[in-house]
Design a protein around this ligand. Structure first.
Ligand code: CTP
Ligand code: CA
Length: 230
């Protein structure tokens, strides 16, 4: 069928998506990580590509396959992810769906840390990682016209998301409730319940599959790109 403007509203737009966790090495065999399957970010990258966007997906370590029609860059740490995003600019839209580790170990050990048999435990000293979403949002030059963050919250989901929107300086926060459910909630699950928090207000969506959330988000992004002439 005809693949015109209507089907590919994001034609000619470059979109950067971050997805998955980051791994922050403690020593050559151990790391600190966040829980994240990358399902939502990867599905969003694929959905944006289907709408015609040129998508660069910067992914932490995940088992999800690289989405088709998307340029996927694999990274390990938050610092690598920040650099890959920087290298991928400029972009019309950026979506930070990655669960970036907030801290890394200050001075990772070059060799495997060994037990000495006395029961003594090592002390890990942590330093804060770069905030990719906040830096993108606050760029003076080359800020993507639409910057979107995700927020995984376990309580007061909308309140925390509103505060995060202001603190990060992004345009939207897609907030999801990760706390509840006998199945352990949204982590690794195929479903997601999200609230879209913007400067204009809040839109709460029903519980949907992550694929469906991705499709709706991509459509909403395409609409905004059109309305705002991005
Ligand atoms: N994010 C990022 N870089 C970081 C930390 C977070 O890009 N170093 C992005 C995430 O990809 C997400 C958004 O910021 O889009 C919110 O992440 P979240 O962890 O919820 O926010 P934090 O500011 O780290 O607050 P906290 O973990 O204390 O809730
Ligand atoms: Ca965090």
């Amino acid at each position: 069928f005809y693949e015109g403007e209507a089907n590919r509203p994001l034609d000619g737009r470059h979109v950067i998506v971050t997805s998955g966790p980051t791994h922050e090495p403690i020593d050559p065999v151990r790391y600190i990580a966040n829980r994240s399957s990358g399902k939502q970010g990867h599905a969003l990258a694929a959905a944006l590509a289907r709408l015609g966007a040129r998508v660069t997906l910067v992914s932490g370590p995940v088992t999800e396959p690289d989405p088709t029609g998307v340029q996927t860059i694999h990274v390990e740490t938050a610092r690598d992810m920040a650099q890959a995003v920087e290298d991928a600019l400029p972009a019309s839209v950026a979506v930070c769906a990655a669960a970036v580790a907030d801290w890394r170990v200050d001075g990772e050990a070059g060799q495997k840390i060994k037990k000495d048999g006395s029961g003594a435990v090592p002390t890990l000293s942590l330093v804060e990682n770069p905030d990719i979403l906040a830096s993108l949002s606050r760029r003076n030059q080359g800020r993507p016209a639409l910057v979107i963050g995700f927020a995984a919250e376990t309580e007061k989901v909308v309140d925390h998301a509103r505060a995060k929107l202001a603190r990060k300086g992004c345009d939207w926060i897609v907030a999801n409730d990760v706390g509840s459910g006998p199945d352990g909630g949204v982590m690794g699950s195929t479903d997601n319940t999200v609230h879209i928090v913007t400067g204009e207000g809040i839109e709460s969506w029903p519980k949907l599959s992550k694929i469906e959330v991705a499709a709706r988000l991509a459509a909403r992004i395409a609409l905004t790109v059109k309305e705002r002439n991005i």
